[in-house]
Design a protein around this ligand. Sequence first.
Ligand code: UT7
Length: 325
Amino acid sequence: MTVRSVIKACGAYLPEKILTNADLEKMVDTSDEWIVQRSGIRERRIAAEGETTVDMAVKAGQEALTRSGYEGSDIDGVIVCTSTPNHTFPSVAAEVQAALNLRIGPAFDLQAVCSGFVYGLSVADMFIKTGQARRMLLIGAEKFSSIVDWNDRTTCVLFGDGAGAVVLEADESGQGTVDDRGILSTHLYADGTQKDILYVNGGPATTGESGHIVMEGKEVFRSAVKYMSGVVAEVLECNQITSEQIDWLLPHQANIRILEAAAKKLGMSMDKVIVTVDRHGNTSAASIPLALAEAVEQGRVKQGDLLLIEALGAGLTWGAALVRF
Ligand code: UT7
């Protein structure tokens, strides 16, 4: 008997407000053409005045919970992957736990920036595999609009707000092979020596303010292509599979050119890559669960499909997961 963490249901929330490239042309010296060519982004969602990360996390979490058919009291723990919490503390997760009436159990935020959801999958999987939890709610929720410098054209055109969630549940029917449903392997990395190519220039222990995103885009781009192709090769090797066996590549949505490079390296056509970056922009830890929820909703990702999930973010952090949906 092998215990696997199966994705029982997904949920998503996107704020109503759409900020288009044409809108940005009126705010900074940029053009729709530049943004589309360099990043593939056409529009992104922006939280309403007063709408917070907790609000978005609760909405995505509620949808996943409802679709799972479980009550809040059936959920043993909640992890929220975020770099844009409402407050320094308490965690977003603690507020979500209260709002959704989840069982008294572990509730904490996980901060690995754009790799957050991949890290979260790994951590939630460990709670389930070690028998500490039977069901976990895992959420990626971000309000990057609040840490973007709206005068900096090199970053402000790239990010958006939103939240995505999954309910993970222990399943004992696995045979210990890649045919099992659930999380099959996770692979996490960080290299803190590269902290200066993508960071926020503030925080509680430094400026006392939350600060703004600073990024050396080209360097981050190069690292994303390099490290993600390395970790993807590791996933294939570890699970003894070839890229032809993968039904969907589900990458963190930062830049369409990074997604295309990853697909090319794997010899996969773009038809098998889940893409939301054109409409969501980069929603950091929320991008993967948002993209998954959308693809499931559209009937593209189906039960039994093999998903290769990958991400890179500030830290640098990066990672991948192989999941049979
Ligand atoms: O999610 C975490 C991980 N983050 C990422 O993966 C992001 C990785 N990086 C990227 O996606 C890309 O590097 C960017 C989309 C950020 C930038 O694309 P690029 O092809 O690397 O462009 P660049 O930064 O080299 O900029 C090229 C030119 C520069 O002008 P000069 O120096 O060549 O005269 C920039 O000043 O484009 C200029 N530029 C802009 N022009 C119009 C930079 N931002 C803009 C803009 N509109 N918004």
